[in-house]
Design a protein around this ligand. Structure first.
Ligand code: 0A1
Ligand code: ZN
Length: 887
């Protein structure tokens, strides 16, 4: 392996040469593919004598010509990663022609040009284009492309690339070609090509200015019936972007292709989005509500990139959040508008806490805009890591995407919808068809609103989750209520000390009847600000600062960080009584949920220490009562209730402990669940009975909410192992008319080991063995199960006929005390790294927080990391994560 090289943001320099136009030609073949590129090059500085350095990886160079003249060996330098042209014509522009040979059928990395189920397809972000041809593979090289694709006509009847189809026709030898032209400048990471046997679902969308856009979703013909929801999602996204952001689609054609082998969720290539099949194909019988919602969100996400990412792109990969943070924010808003805003916010904040906060506290912590990287791929979120036939949903959320979206959300919180829209409009006015930086986005937001953003930019450069402590006090005599904030950002690798950052805190104060007090003024930093609303935004910008509300008639209960107004950990002095009060009354639904979660975390943490000290476990009856009243409150949204009665995850509790104790946390969570189920069984049973599906499946919020509540209740009941509830779950399983209900019943039954579990799992597999997307869920359910001895079960699954190593499952009871989970994962990483480094490195990241556990586990995990580091031919991807984890 070449010595892994770290790349730094501070070393960014402008390219010496720009590419104006790129004409590509692909001759696709079974054994090899010939790629010819003809590039019009212009030096940045006239008369420049700088060499032109092109990236290239795993390419066979056939020829290089400059201005039509063939270069001889010696006229250029070629190493394993670059082609360097030292002397070039001193002209305003010149033509460079390069022919290369590549071997897509051998490409298992799913990066560059590869084959998926017999079809050719590409993935070029971040640095896959260099596996196709020699190029300046960096996003600030924006050029206009044409692409001619030629292939055998019977094997590859469909030939697609970016932009508009200019011409097509047959050529000799049973071959045919298609010529595509993309009128917009783009970086090479947005290039795409697909060739294969595909059929399309066709539709049209008329933009608000009257342009008719042809929409096509391509899959193997037999899957076409499952693309209706994806088409619905695409049209909804196109309309939403016009309505909310005034952004209209800019070409006459939009293609989506679903492929079974894909490293990520999907890719926003200009006018030719390529998707993991899982995020396109859905039918009520084979996809759950969660799948339907994911498809809506990801179709939206990739479509929204057409403006935020494609028309305006990133100057360099450190700016990834410029497009991803903004586009994740946009897809979150889209999904909120299509369903329930509160429930979506709860889901997004939960993900942030479960995945991003721990990452921000571990060895892979990095700012929203990283300062350096070894392998760019490691900065992507692998939300839907998955490949053919079997798979995993590996949820790996990173700062660049998820925290980046929170940063964008804070602009909106501070500026309001209108101000935010003004900022977006200015951003496009200034930067259309440019490659820009996060500061450019910040400047557009600031300038469009003449805003004072104080130290807001710290959010881009500092890693770590800020911890905000809030102390409150009421002065009855002065009728004032004070909130004192202090903020601290823990040290992270390479950043031992941190500056204060700008934290918007949305606050409301509840009176003793539970109503919001109308706030009249707040005193801060020597000035009195008048307000007249039930909530306000406090601008916390210093390490310590105080805000005093005046004219407050009684001691209020503060509702802090409404809607999670900043991605921080909050520690308040609120009593349990205050929290129960907020759970019952807060007008901010998000904070009602939050109050329940804070209570649950406190209570579970106390039980963990009882467990560790062999004290009997007793659940506070007030907590049961609190959740019980949420459960039977018919004014609440059903999906909200389902979220509110769901306990914080084990990881969240472990995160709060000095030394994480997986056994204790697991036992406590199980205990609390069972207690709640047993105390609330009458209500839970009523919920199951009153919320069954009686009509055909409909994907809309009321129906999804009903199913979510029913299935959450069923899982609680089944956890009791009472034969009547097991019977109930079995009958729900048998009578289900859609996969959401059927799979939920299966999961409820699979909580407890035994014959029923084994039988129902076998039945499910028999029923669905022909559908690999459903079989994936079956694998995932078992691999993520916490039943005792699960490592052994999962190890057996590796020999299952449907299993494919390209797709190992997320490690099961990963923290088994005997280290079997660690060993299992270590072995898989080493094997998989040879096939697909991007996927392997994501698996290593599961080890990254090994230092949080007890000494025995630490030693076992460390040994696996060392074993991985010593493996032959380790990829840069895995090297970066494993070495940083050990550091
Ligand atoms: N830009 C895509 C995600 C993506 C990133 C990298 C990939 O390959 C390494 C593939 C897809 C998105 O945001 O959806
Ligand atoms: Zn994206």
């Amino acid at each position: 392996m070449d010595a892994p090289k770290e790349i730094f943001l501070k070393d960014y320099t402008k390219p010496d040469y720009y590419f104006e136009t790129v004409d590509l030609s692909f001759s696709l073949g079974e054994e090899k593919t010939i790629v010819s590129s003809l590039i019009k090059v212009s030096p940045r500085v006239q008369g420049s004598s700088a060499p032109l350095v092109l990236d290239g990886h795993d390419l066979k160079l056939l020829s290089v010509k400059v201005e039509g003249k063939l270069l001889k060996e010696g006229d250029y330098q070629l190493d394993s990663r670059h082609l360097t042209l030292p002397s070039l014509p001193a002209k305003e522009s010149f033509v460079l022609e390069i022919d290369t040979e590549i071997y897509p059928h051998k490409n298992t990395s799913l990066d560059g040009l590869y084959k998926s189920s017999g079809n050719f397809c590409t993935q070029c972000e971040a640095e896959g284009f260099r596996k196709i041809t020699f190029y300046q593979d960096r996003p600030d090289i924006m050029a206009k492309y044409t692409c001619r694709v030629e292939a055998d006509k019977s094997l590859y009847p469909v030939l697609l690339s970016n932009g508009n189809l200019i011409s097509q026709g047959d050529i000799e030898g049973g071959r045919h070609f298609a010529l595509w032209e993309d009128p917009f400048k783009k970086p090479c990471y947005l290039f795409a090509l697909v060739a294969g046997q595909l059929a399309s679902r066709d539709d049209t969308f008329t933009t608000r200015s009257g342009r008719e856009v042809s929409l096509k979703i391509w899959t193997p013909a037999e899957d076409l019936p499952k693309t209706a929801h994806a088409m619905y999602s695409l049209k909804a996204a196109m309309k939403w972007d016009e309505d909310v952001f005034g952004l209209e689609y800019d070409l006459d054609l939009f293609n989506i292709v679903a492929v079974p082998d894909f490293n990520m969720g999907a890719m926003e290539n200009k006018s030719l989005n390529i998707f993991n099949s899982k995020l396109v194909l859905a039918s009520p019988e084979t996809a759950t509500d969660a799948d339907y919602a994911a498809i809506l969100g990801v179709i939206g996400h990739e479509y929204f990139h057409n403006w935020t990412g494609n028309r305006v792109t990133c100057r360099d990969w450190f700016q990834l959040s410029l497009k991803e943070g903004l586009t994740v924010f946009r897809d979150q808003e889209f999904s909120s508008d299509m369903g329930s805003r509160t429930v979506k916010r709860i889901a997004d904040v939960s993900k942030l806490r479960i995945y991003q906060f721990p990452q921000d506290a571990g060895p892979m912590a990095h700012p929203v805009r990283p300062h350096s990287y070894i392998k760019m791929d490691n900065f992507y979120t692998g939300k839907f890591l998955f490949a053919k036939k079997t798979g995993i949903d590996f949820i790996w959320l990173l700062s660049v995407y998820e925290k980046g979206a929170e940063v964008v959300r804070m602009y909106k919180t501070l500026l309001g919808s209108e101000g935010f829209r003004k900022g977006i409009d200015l951003y496009f006015q200034r930067h259309d068809e440019q490659a820009v930086t996060c500061e450019d986005f910040f400047a557009a937001m600031r300038d469009a609103n003449s805003a004072d953003f104080a130290n807001f930019l710290q959010w881009y450069s500092q890693a770590g989750t800020p911890v905000v402590k809030v102390a409150s006090s009421y002065n009855a005599e002065a009728r004032t209520f004070s909130l004192k904030f202090s903020q601290e950002i823990p040290p992270t690798p390479g950043q031992p000390t941190k500056e204060a950052t700008f934290i918007p805190v949305v606050v409301g104060l509840l009176d003793s009847s539970g109503k919001d007090i109308t706030l009249s003024s707040v005193y801060h930093d020597g000035t009195l600000q008048t307000i007249s609303s039930s909530s306000t935004i406090l601008r916390v910008t210093k390490k310590e600062e105080e805000f005093v509300f005046s004219d407050i008639a009684e001691r209020p209960v503060p509702s802090l960080f409404r809607g999670c107004s900043a991605p921080v950990r909050v520690e308040t002095d609120l009593s349990d009584g205050d929290l129960f009060f907020l759970l019952a009354h807060d007008s901010d639904e998000f904070n009602r949920w939050e109050a329940g979660q804070v209570l649950a975390r406190k209570l579970m943490l106390n039980l963990v220490s009882d467990f560790q000290q062999n004290r009997p476990l007793v659940l506070n009856p007030k907590f049961i009562q609190g959740l019980g009243s949420v459960l039977s409150d018919s004014t609440l949204d059903k999906e909200f209730i389902a979220k509110a009665i769901t306990l914080p995850g084990e990881g969240e509790i472990m995160d709060m402990m000095a030394v994480a104790d997986p056994d204790a946390v697991h036992a406590v969570r199980k205990f609390v669940r069972k207690q709640l189920a047993s105390e609330l069984k009458t209500e839970l049973l009523k919920i199951v009975e009153n919320n069954r599906s009686t009509e055909a499946y409909v994907f809309d919020h009321p129906n999804m909410a009903r199913r979510a509540l029913k299935n959450t209740a069923l899982a609680y009941l089944a956890s009791l192992e009472d034969p009547s509830y097991v019977e109930l779950a079995l009958s729900e399983y048998k009578s289900a008319t859609n996969l959401t209900d059927q799979f939920a019943a299966l999961a409820a039954l699979a909580q407890n080991p035994g014959k029923t579990r084994d039988d129902v799992l076998a039945d499910f597999y028999n029923k669905w063995q022909g559908d690999y997307l459903v079989v994936n869920k079956w694998f995932l359910l078992q691999s993520s199960s916490d039943i005792p001895g699960n490592v052994e079960n999962v190890t057996k699954l590796l020999d299952h006929p449907a299993f494919d190593l390209r797709n190992p499952n997320k490690a099961m009871n990963f923290h088994a005390k005997d280290g079997s989970g660690y060993k299992f994962l270590g072995d898989i990483v080493v094997q998989l790294d040879k096939i697909n480094p991007q996927v392997a490195s994501r698996m290593v990241s599961a080890f990254s927080r090994w230092k949080r556990y007890d000494e025995t586990r630490q030693a076992l995990a460390k040994a696996q990391l060392e074993m991985i580091m010593s493996a032959n031919g380790l990829s840069e991807n895995v090297f970066e994560i494993a070495s940083k984890s050990l550091a």
